[in-house]
Ligand binder design. Sequence first.
Ligand code: UD1
Ligand code: PEP
Length: 417
Amino acid sequence: MDKLIIKGGKKLAGDVSVSGSKNAALPIFISTILAPGLNEIRNVPFLRDINTTIKVLESLGAVVEGNGNIVRIDTAGVNNVEATYDLVKTMRASVLVLGPLLARHGRARVSLPGGCAIGARPINLHLKGLAALGADIKLEHGYVEAKAKKLKGARVNFDIATVGGTEQLMMAAVLAKGETILENAAREPEIIDLADILNKMGAKVEGAGTDTIRITGVKELAPVVHDVMPDRIEAGTFMVAAAITGGDVKIHNMKLEHLDALVFKLQDAGVEIINRDNVVRVKGPRRIKAVNIKTRPYPGFPTDMQAQFMALMCVADGASVISENIFENRFMHVSELLRFGADITVEGNTATVKGIKKLSGAPVMATDLRASASLILAGLAADNTTEISRIYHLDRGYDSIEKKLAGLGADIQRVKE
Ligand SMILES: CC(=O)N[C@H]1[C@@H](OP(=O)(O)OP(=O)(O)OC[C@H]2O[C@@H](n3ccc(=O)[nH]c3=O)[C@H](O)[C@@H]2O)O[C@H](CO)[C@@H](O)[C@@H]1O
Ligand SMILES: C=C(OP(=O)(O)O)C(=O)O
């Protein structure tokens, strides 16, 4: 197993480029099931979750080959309709094959994903929506079995704005008979990227990015070439890295408009952000000011940036109140941040962080993807040496993060344990 060793205290400076988005690429890869033939996906990040998605698609009969950041997925031969426990358990997004398999083959058998470290993560709203489209759904032996001769358009009103649920229903509805209206749909930019590829394939999806998405079913879809959008969470993580080290970093290949909520909070904390010619320059102040955040569905503050922002608040002047409103157990980084000497108390879904002058490097353990990023950020700001173990979580979602940070002057190394 690999671990990271960071010698903190370096102000980051220079240029860094953001990779393609994990949370956009996974549903985009899965959407190719709907367009039999050779699809080409570009700007693909190198991530463990991408490899898992490729394994899932191959297990269904797709032929996949990669060349750098371009991946070609031939879905002509997809004829297996079962995604097994072994694959789904390592990556929850695999459950998204349900909608496209059902739409293309009229049936699917997919392992229930179960919870994960950050929460229970149910899929009841995915299943309720598919049932509204006419699917017959059974839960048996840990698997969802879904059947429908032909899905039929319907109105689906989500109780909660769910990103995965919205993606699942979009992919099911594009080949359904008639019109589907998704109300209280999630509005994340990754949903727009998915709608874009589906529309290129010949689908009729309108309103992605708003809370009402209208989909008119079509008979068939054709394969396409598509570029994945930049990863807004990776970009946000670099912004916090610049801020926490008092650095001066220019970030390329990012869309600042996807990060409004984070930008406002960073500015309130005293961070300077300049967007010129599509390059975002982030300058950290000498001292960070404490600000409060509440995670919310997009366009609110992203839950995927909560852990990283908490690391920043650990060294702010004053106290910050952080509420996590999406996942019930997404504070696992707290106990590890305490090992750096941070002053954090948690009550229910709220953490109160009292900033201290300096964190102190420590051996810590990564518990989930974004928690890992928060520990790196703390390590960059801390004195002395930080050792982060169990970084396999990090490799699920960050493309060469240690190399990119080293390129900005961080003293960070990956070593074998
Ligand atoms: C709204 C939100 O911030 N979604 C995040 C969520 O997406 P992901 O798609 O994993 O999760 P959802 O958006 O579906 O979940 C939003 C909320 O709805 C609940 N829920 C969801 C589906 C369902 O069938 N039943 C149900 O009750 C979840 O428990 C959660 O409280 O995690 C991803 C990985 O961290 C993030 O990139 C997404 O931005
Ligand atoms: C938790 C995350 O991903 P996943 O939904 O794949 O678990 C994430 O991207 O922060």
